[in-house]
Design a protein around this ligand. Sequence first.
Ligand code: MN
Length: 336
Amino acid sequence: MSDLEKDPAEVVCDGSDGGGPTLELLEPREVVLGRTTTVRRLLPNKNRRMVGAWCFVDHYGPDDLTSRVDSYDVPGERGMRVPPHPHTSLQTVSWLFEGEIEHRDSVGSHAFVRPGELNIMTAGNGIAHSEVSTPTAPPVLHGAQLWVALPDSVRTTVAPAFNAYADLPSLELDGASGTVMIGTVAGVTSPAPAYSALVGADITIEPGRTLSLPLTVSNEYAVLIVDGSLSVGELTPGFGEMAYLGGGRRSVELVASGNGVRFLLLGGEPFEEHLVMWWNFIGRSHGEIVAARDAWQAAILANGNDRFDMVPGYDGDPLPAPPLPAIALKPRPRSR
Ligand code: MN
């Protein structure tokens, strides 16, 4: 797709695949989790699986959970209940716009995920966690569940960990403001741990204003609209849609609609390693996924093992892995 911006920013192309500026609209795909919880999946998308090391983006809500239960729920219980389940070779980022979720994990963490606060869990070779709506949570839940692929150099050796940041640095820009979740945006840097050049921010542009957002030339970027709409070049992504901007940009002009816009900025250095993603696992081969699944199933029976501990304080059974597909899973590149 060509760059049709009227006043394109100066660009530097590094010649690698996807290194230059582009504009692609990525539409969400509705995915039903359990029986009744519907999320909108932006990544992996049909032709683009990653933006930087961001490899999984689910956007959900705003949903009023008052009268709804999902299939994992105890009958009569309000909201969401995701029992303990495992992860490998990735970080999970939980980001809320509204509502509250209670997090527990197998390294002993117990935390409440709240709007504007970053909760990042590093799986390393294996971790398990649970996510549950609290009885006292506000009724409306709106958020994003994101995964970051860990590079091969650290993915099995970094210690499993959970970090929470309630006081992230603020962005104050001309016509816009926001919060830097991870990495550096416009010279403002988050303290959250990253293992590749990675950027995440939650930005609001005032109604009708244009934000000239400085970018890092060596990164690729995308914006996910969570309220209102904006124009970028010839694209006008609305609620729940993502615009992929490519890389090689020193800046980008984002024009808010008359009602303003709120969006997540996601970016990073293009991630060149090919991944196998299946269920909650990331690996580099089919055999690794089989081994992770076997270890989790064994951990459930043994109440924890040397790869996956159980989640202390969670009242209920862990989530068993689904059956493996009949065909071998293949490693995939970040784009097609
Ligand atoms: Mn999870």
